[in-house]
Design a binder for this molecule. Structure first.
Ligand code: PLP
Length: 477
């Protein structure tokens, strides 16, 4: 008796083609109708549809297509909507969607070897190296996002600082940053076993501006000296290009001079702020000096609107990544030719061995729109944040909570007795599908926060959202 063999390909390709086209059309409808499709809460019934055990017998592609369109697509995060400004979310676009589809069909493994996807990723790395003004010899790789890039950079910095000393006998390492560094910095230090206490938060220099925050140089020198005297190993200075809470920028040239003087690795967290490199002069200047970094972490899934998850780590010397991450077993032996060629393999530059083809959606985005048009979106969003600040400043209800430096506008209630209303206003606007602000705290008072990284936002959306927020606040009285 012969055993029946079958894989997962459909028996009826014609029917499959029709099902896939149906889903494709629904996806395009969703993108075209973005303005009509804000976030909506997931109801009890919908949640219940995602409970229970995995089916032992599948329902087939056609039934899955229906569920994708009816039960899943309507309950997206809402960041494709023009008035979504919460946290820092990208809004997506056709080029990214097209590339995702192709990447899924190719199913390339970008951990290494010699195939087309590898060359696309190298091209994207080189484009970014050039945009971020790093020299030839710099390198890097696609990662899931800035959090992963940060961890990879910090460990590479540690390997360099230890110069071959085994981790087991390493002295305690210390890192330095200004207030406002992203939580992923502490998270990375924790994962590395250094602990949150390894991060020293230093004061700003007197007269420092939010457009070019400078660390108090003498305070840093004293902290580094003290740590060395105490047997610790200072290894890392973290600068921020676009702080998550209020969109401030560190003075990167000043940070680079100090890092050089003190023998520290300069890591720049430029998760969204990196893309000010493509903006008009006024905003481009914010990230001047980014090319002095030892490493830069940034995202494509925020301001460039590339579908999640998509970020990059760049390092000034690709050798730093190879020293930290290379080394393959016999089962991963390279060859001079054939499929096992293609050195260096991306798995030798970072954590993942099996890697998706995420470079394709960046490549398609930059090819389709070009750096000029992408830069125009960055400039437009910064102008819109400034416009929001004007509307807020003219409002009797709200006051600005922090100056607008780039694309982030934070505002609070004029009267502190009304501060409790802000979180409720945010929720009300979300539930109405009006606009999405997130909430934060600035100078010990609550604030609504708009981080505008949205190519679909228009001036009228800004004014309408502030008016709606005023109405919502009034309704709470
Ligand atoms: C979003 C963000 C991060 C974390 O990046 P992920 O891509 O979400 O991991 C780090 N730093 C800043 C300034 C951010 O805005």
């Amino acid at each position: 008796m012969t055993q029946k063999e079958h894989g997962l390909d459909p028996e009826d390709w014609h029917a499959t083609r029709q099902q896939m086209h149906r889903v494709l059309d629904a996806c395009l409808d969703r993108m075209q109708d973005a303005r009509a499709l804000p976030w909506q809460p997931v109801g009890e019934a919908e949640r219940a549809a995602f409970q229970g055990l995995a089916p032992s017998t599948g329902v087939g592609l056609n039934a899955v297509a229906d569920r994708l369109m009816d039960d899943i697509m309507p309950f997206a995060t809402g960041n494709t909507h023009p008035s979504f400004w919460g946290w820092v979310h990208g809004s997506g676009h056709a080029a990214g969607f097209m590339a995702e589809m192709v990447a899924a069909a190719m199913n390339a493994n970008c951990g290494g070897r010699d195939h087309g996807a590898v060359y696309v990723e190298r091209q994207v790395v080189d484009w970014c190296r050039n945009i971020m003004e790093l020299p030839h010899g710099a390198g890097g790789l696609m990662v899931t996002g800035t959090s992963q890039a940060t961890l990879l950079a910090f460990h590479a910095a540690r390997v360099r600082a230890l110069e071959g000393t085994a981790l087991e006998v390493a002295p305690p390492l210390t890192a330095y940053a200004l207030e406002g560094a992203h939580g992923c910095v502490t998270k990375a230090l924790n994962i590395m076993g250094l602990g949150a206490g390894a991060l020293r938060i230093l004061p700003e220099a007197v007269g420092s501006e939010p457009e070019a925050r400078a660390i108090d140089a003498d305070a840093l020198r004293r902290a580094v000296k003290q740590d060395r005297e105490d047997g610790r190993l200072p290894f890392l200075l973290v600068a921020t290009a676009g702080s998550v809470n209020t969109g401030t920028f560190d003075d990167l040239n000043a940070a680079a001079r100090l890092a050089e003087e003190l023998g520290l690795w300069l890591h720049v967290d430029a998760a969204f702020g990196a893309w000010t490199r493509l903006a008009d002069t006024k905003w481009r200047g914010l990230s001047d000096g980014i090319g002095t970094a030892t490493s830069i972490a940034f995202d494509f899934h925020k301001w460039l609107g590339v579908p999640y998850a998509c970020g990059m780590l760049l390092v000034r010397d690709q050798g730093d990544l190879l020293r930290a991450y290379s080394g393959r077993g016999a089962y991963l032996e390279g060859q001079a030719e054939g499929l096992a060629g293609g050195e260096p393999w991306a798995c030798d530059l970072g954590l993942d061995l099996s890697r998706g083809f995420t470079a394709l959606k960046v490549w398609a985005t930059i090819q389709a729109y070009g750096t000029d048009r992408l830069g125009e979106v960055v400039t437009m969003n910064c102008r819109q944040a400034a416009q929001m600040a004007e509307v807020v400043a003219a409002s009797a209800t709200f006051r600005m909570a922090a100056p607008v430096v780039s694309n982030i506008c934070c505002f609070g209630m004029v009267d502190p007795v009304d501060d409790w209303k802000l979180a409720k206003v945010a929720v009300a606007l979300q539930l109405e599908g009006q606009a999405v602000f997130s909430t934060t705290t600035i100078d010990a008072r609550p604030a609504l926060r708009a981080a505008i990284t949205n190519h679909r936002t228009r001036r009228a959306d800004i004014t309408a959202a502030i008016r709606a927020a005023e109405e919502a606040a009034k309704a709470l009285s």
